[in-house]
Design a protein around this ligand. Structure first.
Ligand code: NOJ
Length: 558
């Protein structure tokens, strides 16, 4: 049987606000993405995932949608989108969109009607609850961007639920009408020709009807997990969605699933269950969490990373994994997991090797392919993100030192991923002639696309090679994963096995030269080196092999 196309694909995530501004208003747009299609085709990616491009007041950069069937005017028109889709398809690039259906914007006409009174046609489109006898909120849940998860509306004398900002009311999936509205809207996009959806916080769509209070042990901003994640009907809803829409089209789906462990993920992804193709889990994103959740100055431990990634490789062996280091909600990979100083290029290539040789669909976040690092903003005012602003105030109110706050914001703010794409080293980064909606990174002068394309040893060309290898070697797509040297505290080594062949992947996380042990039976095999991140190459395997700082090397053994 032919392998599903999304299993041999590499996805590139475009954050439209910051990719390329074609009309010089300081905001990226669809024509800008069209202009850069040849760049993406050169890299060799198969699929573009676009963050939300729909009409929105942009309280949460488009994750607050006011009309699912209109394009945000700042991004262009429906004709621009159709052109993007057609041109991408001409390059053999597929496009997946962001499906944000746990919530809408409070400016969506459904909500504007819903909040008027308890009897209108949209009255039960959202989650409305009566106040407690003392007038307070129905339970103690907090919301992701701060404050309670319930907002009172006088015209109904009720509270509505919002797991995110109060401008992002949660939809009521218990309503059959709401579900049908969503399926119809999805169908329209598929009929237009899109190739799939990334589904925003899809593990939150079914709520525990008891709406239980959360225990104090959960962080306040995530306390809604107590009754709003992996709820009783989530799998029923997704099976229904699959049956009613997805199964009619040859598309890919990736669900973003907060608060979901690898056992729960099996339920979302095992093919016989007919729900989703893969999910984004958060376990490796949580390895450096501290008392304020993500906003900490803690560094991950390699032993934890091995444990988590291995667990997901194994548990989803019969499903499928998504593979990612970063996205628009996360800091830059090379700063977080590599070394963004002297070894920036070497460690960025090492991280790419580790991820791209695994089993699953790799996702590259824009700028990762040129090794962009966290943005060294010096003033808090330069940050634009709603989450960063909230946690800044929270840490300030808790009496944390200015230094701690700055450092944890520098290390974890979502804005690290959101500064404009540096197309060249000029003062406007080749992004826009107008002032950009968020400041450029001062690093753009040295880290930019033009420079990367001129250097045959750049991170860009290394990614290009990794992508090409995945296409050329079925073992990279399908081989079984096996961790080796589990106790090694500096090197992440693993095997992939397929039809009698073995792929050996060695990735050093050390800034020093370290020795790695190679199992005897592998040393004796006939090995061909597929890729490595040092110009002076290692060509053969030995029992004890020295690896240079952040060295990565991959052998195919027959
Ligand atoms: C996850 C998205 O990736 C994030 O950017 C957004 O703020 C929340 N979901 C709410 O939609």
């Amino acid at each position: 049987m032919a392998v599903e196309w999304w299993k041999s694909s590499v996805v590139y995530q475009v954050y439209p606000l910051s990719f390329k501004d074609s009309n010089n208003d300081g905001i990226g747009d669809l024509q800008g993405i069209i202009e850069k299609l040849p760049y993406l085709a050169n890299l060799g990616i198969d699929v573009i995932w676009l963050n939300p491009i729909f009409e929105s007041p942009l309280v949460d950069n488009g994750y607050d949608i006011s009309d699912y069937e209109k394009i945000l005017p700042q991004y262009g028109t429906m004709a621009d989108f159709q052109e993007l889709l057609n041109k991408a398809h001409e390059f053999n690039i597929k496009i997946i969109l962001d499906l944000v259906v746990n919530h809408t914007s409070d400016l969506h006409h459904w909500f504007i009607e819903s909040k008027k009174d308890r009897k209108n046609d949209y009255a039960d489109y959202y989650i409305w609850k009566d106040p407690k006898p003392d007038g307070s909120a129905p339970n103690n849940w907090g919301s992701t961007f701060g404050g309670p998860a319930w907002e009172y509306v006088e015209s109904r004398n009720q509270y509505y639920l919002h797991c995110f900002a109060k401008e992002q009311p949660d939809l009521n999936w218990e309503s059959e009408t709401v579900r049908q509205e969503i399926y119809q809207m999805m169908r329209k996009w598929f009929e237009l020709g899109i190739d799939g959806f990334r589904m925003d916080v899809i593990s939150l769509i079914s709520k525990d009807p008891a709406y239980p209070d959360a225990s104090q042990t959960l962080a306040y901003t995530k306390s809604y997990y107590a009754g709003a994640s992996n709820g009783p009907r989530v799998h029923e809803f997704l099976q229904e969605m699959n049956h009613e829409v997805l199964s009619d089209f040859d598309v890919m789906t990736v669900g973003e699933t907060p608060n979901t462990n690898s056992t729960q993920a099996q339920l979302y992804t095992f093919p016989e269950r007919k729900e989703l193709d893969m999910v984004f889990h958060f376990d490796h994103m949580h390895l450096d969490y501290g008392k304020y959740g993500k906003f900490s100055d803690i560094r991950f431990k390699l032993s934890d990373l091995k444990k988590v990634l291995t667990e997901w490789q194994n548990k989803l062996a019969n499903g499928w994994n998504s593979l990612y280091w970063s996205n628009h909600d996360q800091p830059r990979a090379v700063t977080r997991f590599g070394d963004d100083g002297v070894y920036r290029e070497t460690s960025a290539k090492m991280l790419a090797t580790l991820l791209h040789m695994m089993k699953g669909t790799p996702f590259i976040f824009q700028g990762e392919e040129i090794g962009m690092k966290n943005v060294p903003f010096t003033e808090i005012e330069e940050y634009q993100d709603i989450e960063t602003k909230y946690f800044y105030q929270e840490m300030l109110a808790a009496g944390e030192s200015e230094e701690y706050i700055k450092q944890s914001v520098y290390l974890k703010s979502r804005d690290n991923a959101r500064t404009p794409m540096p197309w060249n080293g000029e003062s406007d980064s080749g992004f826009s002639k107008a002032k950009p909606w968020i400041d450029y990174s001062p690093d753009n002068q040295t880290i930019n696309v033009q420079k990367a394309l001129q250097d045959e040893n750049s991170i860009f060309y290394y990614y290009k090679k990794l992508i090409a290898l995945r296409k050329a070697y079925p073992i990279i797509q399908l081989g079984e994963y096996q961790l080796i040297n589990e106790e090694d505290s500096a090197v992440y080594s693993y095997l992939r096995k397929y039809q009698g062949e073995t792929l050996l992947v060695l990735c050093s996380f050390s800034p020093d030269t370290v020795n790695v042990e190679i199992p005897k039976d592998l040393v004796e095999k006939n090995g061909e080196k597929l890729i490595g991140n040092y110009p002076e190459k290692i060509e053969t395997l030995s029992k004890t092999m020295p690896l240079r700082p952040y060295e990565a090397v991959v052998f195919l053994l027959k």
